[in-house]
Write a protein that binds this ligand. Sequence first.
Ligand SMILES: Nc1ncnc2c1ncn2[C@@H]1O[C@H](COP(=O)(O)OP(=O)(O)OP(=O)(O)O)[C@@H](O)[C@H]1O
Ligand SMILES: Cc1ncc(C[n+]2csc(CCOP(=O)(O)O)c2C)c(N)n1
Ligand SMILES: [Mg+2]
Ligand SMILES: [Mg+2]
Ligand SMILES: [Mg+2]
Length: 286
Amino acid sequence: MDERSLIRSLVPVLGAAATADDCATIQHGGEWLVLSTDMLHETTDFPAGMTDREIGWMAAAVTISDIAAMGARPVALLLATGLDRPERLAGITAGALECCRAYGCDLAGGDTDAHTELTIVSTGLGTALRPVRRSGAGIGDLICVTGYLGGAQAALSGYDQFWERLIAPEPRVAAGLALNAGGATAMMDVSDGLAMSLHDMLGVNDCGFTVETVRLPIPDGVPAEEGRDFALFGGGDFELLFTVPPERFPVAGVEATAIGRVVAEHGVWADGASLPARGYVHTWTK
Ligand SMILES: Nc1ncnc2c1ncn2[C@@H]1O[C@H](COP(=O)(O)OP(=O)(O)OP(=O)(O)O)[C@@H](O)[C@H]1O
Ligand SMILES: Cc1ncc(C[n+]2csc(CCOP(=O)(O)O)c2C)c(N)n1
Ligand SMILES: [Mg+2]
Ligand SMILES: [Mg+2]
Ligand SMILES: [Mg+2]
């Protein structure tokens, strides 16, 4: 059993909207509230060697990234922390606060208890006049990504020069806001890798996605073939994946690369071959 199939089993219970986007969306007055929650565990999410401050930054950043992915402005964050040792709270909170401040977000509360494995749940609230959803891709749109992909996986694979990229994700808040204003038709972050994210987008669109791997922005100094593998299937890059009509690209102020096209046929292809839904996914052996 894996995370994706388990989440799909919720659709008949909760409705498709509950699992369709990086954030839940609630209309409130003349705007939308967007809400996201993320759970991180020491063994699966915090590579050995991270300081408590870095752990706090990462916990805040992954949630702020989901808010950025809706083209929304982060407003407030709650941090619930299950601590294996009480003295870790100060460092974790300092790191989370540093990240929140960097993105204009209030660290407004949380919860604290004791737990065998350090576990952090960060919950964030943002606002947008109109959120950008994962659905909404139009046939003929360009498929684009901000920044570059595969850096976090490169670090996990021993390219130490990408360590910061792995442990200190920088959510693309300004880019998300600019892409919302600039006409992005669909958007999400690529936390679980590009291939998995394209399949997530496929699940909520009638069209399909075709990318050319030579166009992928890969980590500098990594051999091209390995870099493309990291970019397609590695997780932990908090860049934005979006679609946009070609006449609206590039979007002013956003560093992004066009990597493919939205097509009529339903599926995901790389260089003409079907791209597997492989990436950073939690699994259960029983
Ligand atoms: N237990 C759950 N109950 C209700 N909705 C859920 C549950 N788990 C996940 N979802 C929803 O399913 C969708 C996919 O979740 P997922 O965790 O993959 O999104 P994400 O936060 O963008 O990714 P990541 O966990 O890599 O940050 C989201 O809309 C999320 O709100
Ligand atoms: C051992 C290790 N592998 C990968 C990463 C990068 N990483 C951080 S959060 C995340 C995805 C979202 O998490 P989730 O789907 O659990 O919300 C990923 C892939 C890491 N920090 N440590
Ligand atoms: Mg996300
Ligand atoms: Mg998330
Ligand atoms: Mg998740």
